[in-house]
Structure formats: structure tokens, C-alpha cells
Ligand binder design. Structure first.
Ligand SMILES: NC(=O)c1ccc[n+]([C@@H]2O[C@H](COP(=O)([O-])OP(=O)(O)OC[C@H]3O[C@@H](n4cnc5c(N)ncnc54)[C@H](O)[C@@H]3O)[C@@H](O)[C@H]2O)c1
Length: 307
């Protein structure tokens, strides 16, 4: 990729820009924010680490949306994070206005780009962006499952003591407390985790994964997570930029898959240079399907309330 714009130079935006620049996932990163001086300052700070971290990526900051011109990918991290005790849906109203305004600017200045939504509630807002742009669904998707899966992987590694590199986990559904971690599709070097962990330990890991973001927020109080979200975004960028055809759980627009349509939520999907080009439909068992539908109902109730 040549150029990536990150809208929102806050915690998630900054951390994402750092990884994308350091890993040289594109030639040019632009940070956009509404706070005068902030995106410029953040960009300069990252740029000054270039010789130390050995990267040639150009990082700039701007407050004018015209700076997103010719972007291959626009990552949207602008908007309010939730505060302790809030659900992700509680920030929908304020973030909806912010996202609607940003999408108007993307349509004006980067009409050929792909959009990766990050701002919460990410499933609902991905749906909103899809409807507002009218773009094909391969060009509008969101990040949540890569993070939720990484959280589950971390908890399994901590519990078993085995390398994260050998652990492959899977979390589907909406990015909320009703997300659906799938132990049946989770393994260590191809061996299902039931071989290593008791049912009750797996249930505890599943519970902790669902509340992974909330646990960090409760500890930090003044900030939600941003390092692991940024790493998850970067993994998706890497898959797209290098045309890897990785299968990662992503927020995708569903059109009949998993029995759902007119909704965006987390499912395994193929990411390549054209964006989200394929949805992998798993045969869920009855219990998993019930959980998936419950999660879909929660996302849909927010979608139905959109103005
Ligand atoms: N999808 C995920 O997995 C995931 C993970 C973590 C955080 N998030 C979400 O990402 C969002 C950002 O979180 P954060 O911790 O970086 O928040 P933050 O408050 O640190 O940063 C948000 C930034 O957005 C900017 N902003 C607001 N309106 C804007 C506009 N119209 N145009 C450009 N910039 C604008 C603010 O000035 C601020 O710098 C939140 O909604 C949070 O819930 C999602």
C-alpha cells in the first residue's frame, strides 16, 4: 500500500500509526484529527523515532480532511471511548455524528479507498458506513475479532504456559459482552484446547475474553485499551497490504451468511489486496448458533435505532 490515513490521532490512532510506520506497512501514513496541533505533534513524534527504529515510512499530521487524498485505506479511530461502567453502545449517539461527518469527507476526498472502522460500537458503525458510502462490502469492514481472538489467545497462553505462537483461537459475533468465543475451533498446535484445559477453565477464559476490554478499562479508569487494538488493526493492514489472503475474524457485512442479513458483525473472513473478499461460513452447532443469534440480536437492536 502507498498511503494510509488514520482518522483520529488519539490513543488507538497513535499506537496504530506507530506500528504501521515501524513495520513499513505502507509508504505514507497521515494522521487526521480535529484538535489543532495534535495530529501534527503525534506524527512528528513518531517520525523522529524513524532512525532509531529503522523505518522509512513518512508520517504526517493534519486537521484538513483533504490530506486523506489518494489514500488506499482509511482507518477510522475517531470518537469517544467508553468510560468505566459504560457499554460500547452507550457511545453510539455521539460517535454516530462523528462518523457520519468523517464518511462525508472520505466520499469527497478518498472515494476509491477502503474503510476500516474501529470506533465503537464497531459493528453498528461499520453497518452505518456501508450504508452511507454505498460501496461494495469488500471495501467496508471493521476491526474487532482479531483483537478478541488475540485476547483469548493471551489468556490461554497464560493459563497453559505454552507459546502464543502455537495457539489458534476464534471469536465471532458482535464486539460486546455477547461476543462468541469458540473453544471448539481453538487449538494449540492443532490439538483442541479441551485436551489441555478443564471445562471450567475454558469457561473462565471465555468469560474473561468477553470482558477483555472492560477489564483493562476498569484497571486504567481513564483510558480504554489501545496497544492490543492497534496490533490487531496492524495485522489486518499487513494482510491487505501484502495480499496475504489471511483468514482473520473481521466485522463484515452479512448478506445471508450465518442466517443474517442487513447487519455487520464478526465472522472469519479473507483479507487480501482487494479488501475483505470472502466470508468463511462455519457449521456452528446448536449452542454456538444460539449464542451467535443472541449477539446478532444485540447488534441489530442498535442498528434498528439508528436515525
Ligand atoms: N474496535 C475495537 O476493537 C476498538 C478497540 C479500542 C478502542 N476502540 C474505539 O476507538 C475509539 C477511539 O478510542 P481512543 O482510546 O483512541 O480515544 P481517544 O479519545 O484517545 O481518541 C479519539 C480521537 O478522536 C478525535 N476526534 C474526535 N472527533 C473527530 C473528528 N470528527 N475527526 C477527526 N478526529 C476526531 C479526538 O480529537 C481524539 O484525538 C473509541 O470509540 C473506542 O471505543 C475500538
Amino acid at each position: 500500500m502507498r498511503k494510509i490515513t488514520i482518522v483520529g490521532a488519539g490513543r488507538v490512532g497513535e499506537s496504530t500509526a506507530q506500528i504501521v510506520a515501524k513495520e513499513e506497512l505502507c509508504r505514507e501514513v497521515v494522521l487526521l484529527d480535529i484538535e489543532p496541533g495534535v495530529p501534527q505533534g503525534v506524527a512528528l513524534d513518531i517520525q523522529q523515532s524513524a532512525s532509531l527504529l529503522r523505518f522509512d515510512t513518512r508520517v504526517t499530521g493534519d486537521t484538513h480532511p483533504a490530506a486523506m487524498r489518494h489514500s488506499d485505506l482509511v482507518i477510522i479511530t475517531a470518537g469517544l471511548p467508553r468510560k468505566p461502567g459504560m457499554s460500547r453502545s452507550d457511545v453510539l449517539e455521539v460517535n454516530l455524528g462523528i462518523i457520519d461527518g468523517i464518511v462525508d469527507k472520505v466520499l469527497e476526498y478518498a472515494p476509491e479507498a477502503m474503510i476500516m472502522m474501529v470506533t465503537n460500537p464497531v459493528d453498528v458503525l461499520t453497518w452505518r458506513v456501508y450504508r452511507k458510502t454505498g460501496w461494495p462490502r469488500r471495501r467496508v469492514f471493521g476491526q474487532s475479532g482479531a483483537l478478541d481472538t488475540a485476547r483469548m489467545t493471551a489468556f490461554i497462553a497464560l493459563e497453559t504456559g505454552y507459546s502464543v505462537k502455537d495457539i489458534s483461537a476464534l471469536v465471532l459475533g458482535g464486539h460486546g459482552d455477547a461476543m462468541v468465543p469458540l473453544p471448539r475451533f481453538t487449538s494449540i498446535s492443532g490439538i483442541n484446547i479441551e485436551h489441555f484445559l478443564s471445562k471450567s477453565r475454558i469457561e473462565e477464559i471465555t468469560r474473561r475474553t468477553r470482558q477483555g476490554g472492560g477489564e483493562i478499562l476498569a484497571l486504567k479508569q481513564h483510558s480504554s485499551a489501545y496497544d492490543s487494538p492497534a496490533a490487531a488493526i496492524a495485522a489486518m493492514v499487513d494482510a491487505i497490504g501484502h495480499n496475504r489472503r489471511r483468514i482473520l475474524p473481521c466485522v463484515a457485512i452479512l448478506d445471508g451468511e450465518y442466517g443474517q442479513r442487513n447487519i455487520a458483525m464478526g465472522v472469519p473472513a479473507v483479507l487480501d489486496e482487494n479488501g475483505l473478499t470472502e466470508i468463511i461460513e462455519l457449521k456452528l452447532n446448536e449452542d454456538e448458533q444460539v449464542l451467535f443469534e443472541k449477539s446478532a440480536d444485540m447488534v441489530r437492536s442498535d442498528i434498528n435505532n439508528l436515525p
